[in-house]
Design a protein around this ligand. Structure first.
Ligand code: LMR
Length: 328
């Protein structure tokens, strides 16, 4: 075993012990829940390919898309146990465990992609990554998807239109509060259940990005979409911390470099994929689509202000201060 301490168990390092003559190969299981033709799906595939090239095949990133290995509700525990080595959960999944992450899910916290990137690559990103370490997780990068839109079986234009509707959310207190503030109710459910829940009328609507609505064909089971850009869907790329610390420095370097390139690629395709799939969606779907006017959006923003008040104490003043700097 070249470059490794012999006292470490193979299994926890993700080695492929069975392959004769390839005993120094390192296997990284990367589990995620979205389709392959999405910003995250493509970024993971690119990362895997780059790692293979840069390590001359020594490190293999095995990709498990579409929640085939773990759902968004089980992947974090599986990562912490070391059953899988990497995940890229939506922020809301982290906010469910670590309240500070709610900051990225505050309604209308980002005005545009530039705000988002400033938060990812500045102090906010660093502060949030620190919160992962005590949970045996190490944050390596932030990936983009895009702004979230509302879909439903009833038309939604004003905050009043939410009254009595049931929405599927990623289980997270801040998203729950968002819908409660609008007079709706919210149910946490894994991403893989969304289509079925909508089809069976277990919920009336959901919020997601264009690429997720398009790639999972949610438009087939929803009558209306409101382009509200009320929240941002992004991902933290996370590795099991003890696994990372046991990797030789040259492998850590390969992973870091591959991730830098995959992240640049992700930033670049996130916006273009959402635009391209928006065009396809408007062509292929029979949903009635309403784009909020700036005036309508201002009314939503105002209606959602109470969410800031309730979550500021648990997010903490340091992060809230950084967020308010974004808007200056
Ligand atoms: C979801 O609604 O669960 C998705 O946003 C998940 C994801 O990872 O994009």
């Amino acid at each position: 075993i070249i470059g490794f301490r012999s006292d470490l168990p193979f299994a926890s390092l993700g080695y492929d012990e069975e392959q004769e003559g390839l005993s120094e190969r390192i296997i990284i299981k990367f589990s995620h829940v979205v389709a392959e033709n999405t910003p995250k799906g493509l970024a993971v595939d690119r990362f895997s390919q780059l790692v293979k090239e840069k390590s001359n095949g020594r490190v293999e990133v095995q990709v498990f898309p579409n929640g085939i290995l773990h759902s968004d509700q089980t992947e974090m525990d599986a990562l912490r146990r070391g059953d899988i080595q990497m995940i890229a959960p939506a922020f809301s999944n982290l906010a469910n465990r670590i309240p500070a992450w709610s900051v990225l899910d505050l309604p209308y916290v980002f005005r545009d992609q530039q705000d988002v990137e400033q938060a990812f690559h500045g102090k906010i990103g660093g502060m949030l990554f620190e919160t992962l370490e005590p949970l045996n997780m190490k944050g390596l990068a932030f990936w983009s998807n895009g702004f979230k839109q509302m879909t439903s079986n009833k038309p939604i234009r004003t905050p009043q239109d939410f009254a009595g509707q049931r929405f599927r959310i990623i289980q997270s207190p801040v998203l729950e509060a968002q819908f409660r503030t609008l007079g709706a109710t919210a149910q946490g459910a894994p991403f893989n259940d969304v289509y079925r829940k909508l089809a069976n009328n277990e919920v009336d609507g959901q919020e997601n990005t264009i690429s997720n609505i398009y790639s999972k064909r949610l438009y087939q089971v929803q009558k209306y979409m409101t382009v509200s850009n009320h929240g941002y869907l992004g991902y933290a790329v996370i590795i099991n911390k003890s696994f990372w610390e046991k990797l030789p420095p040259d492998v850590q370097r390969v992973l870091t470099e591959a991730l830098e390139e995959a992240t640049a690629y992700s930033d670049q395709i996130a916006v273009s994929m959402n635009e391209q799939q928006w065009k396809q969606l408007t062509k292929e779907s029979s949903m009635e689509i309403h784009v909020l006017t700036p005036q309508e959006q201002a009314v939503w923003r105002e209606a959602l202000q109470p969410v800031y008040k309730s979550f500021a104490p648990m997010i903490g003043s340091a992060l809230m201060d950084e967020i308010s700097k974004l808007h200056r």
